[in-house]
Design a protein around this ligand. Sequence first.
Ligand code: ADP
Length: 455
Amino acid sequence: MKQQSQVKLLIISCLIILAGLISIQYYLIRNTYQLTSETYVNDVKKQIAPVVESPEMDSIEELFFDRVKKLCLKKSIDSLSVGQFQKEVRWVGDSMRYLSRNYLQSQFEDYPILREIRFRSRVTQIVFETDSVYDTLLKFTEIPIDYLGQDFKGKAFNINTGNVHSSVDTENDSINQKVKYFYKHNQSADMDISNFQFKILKKMTGMLIAAVALILSVIILFFWMYRSLIKQKKIAEVKTDFANNISHELKTPVSSLSLIIKSLKIEEINQNPQKLNELIISLERQNKRIQNLTERVLESSMEYKTELQKADIIQFLKGILSDFKSEKHNINLEIEPETLTIRADYYLLERVVQNLLENAQKYSPGSSEIKVKSYVSNSEFIIEIQDKGIGISTTEQQKIFDKFYRVSEGNRHNIKGLGLGLYLSMKMMKSMGGNISVKSKLGEGSTFILKIPAV
Ligand code: ADP
């Protein structure tokens, strides 16, 4: 329980550290992105300045504002409507844009950066005053009038903004009188850079790769740490289980031995040859039990050397089954074919079949049926040992062949075992080129299937 909360604490701490690391990385990347963007935009501005601020562009701009002033005067005298005024200014703006675009295109060769940007200048407000009457001819809230460069929508990088005030006395040719006016316009110049985000991210590639690699390696490191912790925890559990199981297994023969020794000390018994003989047989049985246990534990850490012999496997199987006595269970045989000679390690095979028969007995209720079936399929000799016992859940079926693994329910029901029988059986079968598998349903029973190459 304590270990479980330690694992939980470790996971939570790792997640917090990871979240912190990701936030810091995000903050750094965002700042670097902004800084790189600013530097890049300033750099582009510097590169296009000689064209944008060239005398050619200035003269187109001057021409435009000259026309605008004239239209303002016309508006004040002719009583053009604001809508008509704007329409005419837009029309003038369009023709100026046409001129400026031609000029910009002529500079493509000397300033290749111009191919990657779209530049525009626009008026955002026009205010005109004559005889103390203010006339706002273009409001800030209205659609600005472009007069230089190209059209574009979306994010624009500002190059400059400004406003021009002029107060002039002028001769109006059309009415031949002096007009005093105050004129003001606000303007802005901005640009759009194609594939801007991509360009900036490309400049940051090294940093982005390093950041992702750093976070990934931290995640992998945490995951690896977590896995080895779980593995260690499992090993510790297996060790404790094994210590419990082996002491449980040894308890009966050891207490029987001390009982036999006590009895041997009693004169009445040791002088009686018949009782003495019974005690010696019992002594041999308990000794065999302890021997089997130690053998199993020793075998669990060594490899089997197989000795393949040719023999009739049907005769062999019938022999094991007739030796196998079950007082409580009803053993049902379906042995096929009549005879079959194959190469196998018959010593190991006998131990495997016995293991499976003992398990079928151990894990199924008395008087239930144990069925042993054999047949040939796809050049393999198959032995099936089927019981109607407690069964094994699907998740446990994958683990029961592991070393020392016991289904916890088995422990709860106090069925003795070390969790080595199936592990050793699998090892023995593999060493002779065969295999074991299991089909089972919890509560309904299990079928263990042995496959031996029929050669
Ligand atoms: P042991 O029987 O000593 O515990 P095994 O390696 O023979 O060890 O078996 C591993 C586990 O597989 C057992 O603890 C038991 O839970 C399960 N098992 C094996 N055979 C059967 C069976 N015939 N029916 C149900 N469960 C079985």
